[in-house]
Design a protein around this ligand. Structure first.
Ligand code: 26Q
Length: 801
């Protein structure tokens, strides 16, 4: 290996030639990337082995984080930083005439997730390893990650994301640890001397082959593991149509969340879920039994976290292994199981609550269905004892009801801990969504406010700001983000504020360059960069942002004396392929951009930019450049949000509603440093319950609203017939997300933002400092530490320096 720059250069030169079969001069950036990736993996491999050995020999309690999504992004830069060799490698390469940034560009994003939930899992892995905690991820190695978004005439087109085309340098295939996952077949019950045993006959087996990815702690010796399962045909192939079997098998790990509109798609999703949990539970149990004699103590050495309900079948799967494979009785198996699992809920939107029709579930997973039935019966029995005669309550809480398996009910009943992801979210779960479960077992419920890793969203994404921070307060914030509060002392430091201003300006230049390259539009870097980047969803209200832009357009066009400080509105968003309303909103942003950007009167003041194919690596470029962070969901709908935190630590000022973690951001920074507007969650929930909101009243009584809304369909915008459904949703559909209700306060807060930015620069800079300084709480290190202490009950191992 290497420990100096000279050694690195020599090793790199040697290796790149040997592996590519070319002279150094002939090697391509792609050859160089592969070589560097392999070298880094080898560099940390001894620590990886040692970490595993250590966990084994000390029989330390382990936590396994089961998630159907891991949204990792690019790994090279972070791995170099965490391994502590970023500068050495950068300089070494530079001396060989290679830009490290160019090699970083080559890597494809590992986009095995849709958005918040998958990215949270990635941040947790970084924090677990950095805190020397024995925590590992388990997921699926989808051949195609989240689709690549191509914009064609303003319409989103989805292309398969071929992230594995050139292989994946970070993974290690471990074929010897393959697990066999059974589907279909039938269950035969046998009476074995008075004890019932169960055998799944004629099952179709699928091989789950693990690919391990190292998770390197920041400047730690700890290297944990993310294990991703790939589906392959099994040796125990059914003796029927082999080609069909092969195709069906490989389909399991082919796509992230395939279409679920039809039964066929649904079966595939259910197969994916069971595939993940069966392989994972088998592997966890096997690993446990290699170190411990007694399965009885399993839960004392293992915590298994289920990330939303998608992996909730892990609960009956562990029961199956304990009963059918290890011969335990039901009660003992249930004791272990219900002391092993913990569950996080990430959403209260009822359409996202998973339910599986029994008619699909039972034939695909016959033994698991039997177990779920038994769990349900015993659970209902317990309810009956507590609430005798209260049929209505029992039916509402049952795990199986009206021909459906309710995954959230299964997850709650089989877990010892249930948590929401922000204070408000947890309160809503307790008071509304899971009210009856909370009444039944209040001790299970707790809150764990989300966090994100500063080492990605500040250290890696914004080296300029990181440098300034480190120069001012030292580098302890990297491992202890709460130390950022030391920045408070620079609030009135004129020199510091000047430097902060320069850093933001530099980041805006970088983003402007990207916009020029991608969109061919020159943006004014002195304008306010007002950014909304996140998945496209009605509840996130990109439409409110758009209506504000239409309002400004109207004002500028109609009143020649009207003037505002220039603004660049920047959007990035993917819409789910089958979510037609969301796709229309994307089209609307493009039509609006076309009109605004090409109108010489209007474009002096405002511009609208849509950045295609929003993803982790693009977020790393956009977020550091933002002046304003748009977090404008309808109050009560956004469980937490995590983008809000990433903007905060990069010194953007939040324009936001009292929703999700925005509320806790307000608590931390104070009302002077965040721009809050709009309905409260109580007000929203009251309207939803009792009625009393009539969007037409707002349309008729507020001229600004009427004229902005009419713009959707009056022919101003190209392809405006596309926007009738949006217009109708606001008026005919009575504006389910209260866009018109919040319009006026939104305009007012935006005016305030513009005023502060233009007229009170120093105050704005102080607000930025306050946001960065208070962002430490929103570190996933804090979140993970809370999980470790209060839920998983795992400790760090000694001093591993
Ligand atoms: C459910 C049923 C059937 C098919 C798909 C789904 C499904 C898929 C993905 C349900 C939910 C998701 C993803 C949810 C998600 O990303 N939630 C976000 O989680 C973040 C991390 O906790 C929060 O910050 C966000 O507020 C929340 O929206």
């Amino acid at each position: 290996m290497f420990s100096t720059k000279a050694e690195f250069k020599e090793a790199f030169l040697n290796r790149v030639e040997r592996t590519s079969g070319k002279s150094f001069a002939e090697t391509t950036p792609s050859d160089q990337f592969q070589t560097l990736g392999n070298m880094v993996r080898e560099y940390i491999s001894l620590n990886w082995i040692r970490t595993n050995e250590h966990y084994r020999s000390h029989r330390q309690k382990q936590v396994y984080y089961l998630s159907i999504e891991f949204l990792l992004g690019k790994l090279l830069g972070q791995n170099l930083l965490n391994a502590g060799i970023y500068d050495l490698v950068k300089e070494g390469l530079s001396e060989l005439g290679i830009q490290l940034s160019e090699l970083e560009e080559i890597e494809m994003d590992t986009a095995l997730g849709n958005g918040g939930l998958g990215r949270l899992a990635a941040c947790f892995l970084d924090s677990l390893a950095t805190l020397d905690l024995p925590g590992h991820g388990l997921g699926i190695r989808y051949k195609y990650g989240l689709f690549e978004q191509k914009m064609v005439n303003g319409y989103q087109v989805e292309l398969p994301e071929q992230w594995l085309k050139h292989g994946h340098v970070w993974e290690v295939r471990k074929a010897d640890l393959t697990m066999e996952v059974p589907f279909w077949g039938r269950v035969e019950t046998e009476n074995d001397n008075g004890r019932l045993t169960f055998h799944q006959l004629d099952a179709e087996y699928v091989s789950a082959v693990p690919y391990d990815i190292p998770v390197i702690g920041y400047k730690r010796k700890t290297v944990n593991t993310l294990r991703l399962w790939s589906a392959e045909p099994s040796r125990y192939m059914p003796n029927k149509d082999v080609m069909k079997y092969k195709k069906d098998t490989e389909a399991i790990s082919e796509f992230l969340y395939p279409d679920d509109a039809h039964d066929e798609g649904k079966i595939l999703r259910l197969k994916q879920q069971y595939f993940l949990v069966s392989a994972s539970i088998q592997s966890i149990v096997k690993n446990y039994l290699s170190q411990h004699k007694q399965i009885r103590d399993f839960h004392r050495y293992t915590a298994i976290h289920i990330n939303d309900t998608h992996p909730a079948l892990a609960i009956p799967e562990l029961m199956r292994i304990l009963i059918d494979k290890l011969g335990l009785g039901w009660d003992e198996a249930w004791h272990i199981t219900s002391h092993t699992f913990c569950y996080t809920n990430h959403t209260t939107l009822s359409e996202a609550l998973e339910r599986w029709p029994v008619r699909l579930f039972q034939p695909l997973l016959p033994r698991i269905y039997m177990i779920v039935q038994e769990i349900n019966e015993r659970f209902c029995q317990q309810l009956w004892e507590k609430y005798p005669g209260d049929w209505e309550r029992i039916e509402k809480m049952a795990i199986i009801s009206y021909g459906e398996v309710r995954m959230a009910h299964l997850a709650i009943s089989g877990s010892y801990s249930v948590n929401g992801v922000a204070k408000l979210h947890t309160e809503i779960l307790k008071k509304r969504e899971m009210k009856r479960f909370y009444e039944f077992q209040p001790e299970k419920f707790n809150n764990k406010t989300n966090g994100v890793t500063h080492r990605t969203w500040l250290l890696k994404a914004n080296p300029e700001l990181s440098h300034l921070i480190t120069e001012s307060i030292g580098n302890s914030w990297i491992r202890e983000p709460e130390k950022l509060s030391l920045l408070k002392q620079y609030e009135d430091d004129w020199l510091f504020l000047e430097q902060l201003k320069k850093v933001k300006a530099a980041r805006k230049e970088i983003l402007a360059e990207r916009i020029w390259k991608q969109n061919g539009i020159k943006v004014d870097t002195h304008s306010i960069f007002d950014v909304q980047v996140k998945r496209l969803h009605a509840y996130k209200r990109q439409l409110l942002n758009i209506l504000h832009i239409l309002y400004l357009y109207n004002r500028i066009r109609e009143d020649s004396t009207f003037s505002i400080y220039p603004r660049t509105f920047i959007f990035g968003a993917k819409a789910s392929p089958g979510y037609y309303y969301a796709k229309r909103i994307i089209k609307l942003i493009h039509s609006l951009a076309e009109i605004v950007n090409n109108d010489p009167i209007v474009n002096r003041f405002i511009k609208v930019i849509f950045l295609e194919n929003y993803r982790v690596s693009l977020a790393e470029e956009i977020i550091p450049a933002a002046d304003i962070s748009e977090q404008i969901s309808t109050a009560s709908k956004e469980a937490s949000g995590t983008g809000n935190m990433k903007f905060m630590m990069n010194g953007a000022i939040t324009v936001g509603t009292l929703d999700g973690a925005n509320i806790e951001m307000l608590e931390r920074v104070g009302s002077e440093s965040i721009l809050i507007f709009g309905l409260t969650s109580e007000e929203v929930m009251k309207f939803e319950k009792d009625g009393g909101y009539y969007s037409r009243e707002y349309y008729h009584h507020d001229k600004r609203i009427r004229r902005a809304v009419d713009r959707l369909v009056d022919g101003l915008l190209p392809d405006s017939e596309q926007f009738e459904v949006i217009y109708d949703s606001l008026l005919e559909g009575n504006d389910q997300y209260f866009v018109l209700k919040d319009f006026s306060p939104y305009v007012a807060i935006q005016e305030k933002a513009g005023y502060l930015y233009e007229k009170e620069q120093e105050r704005w800079l102080r607000m930025m400092v306050q946001n960065i300084a208070q962002s430490g709480y929103f570190s996933s290190d804090r979140t993970v530490q809370e999980y470790a202490k209060e839920i998983w009950k795992i400790g760090k191992y000694g001093n591993r320096d």
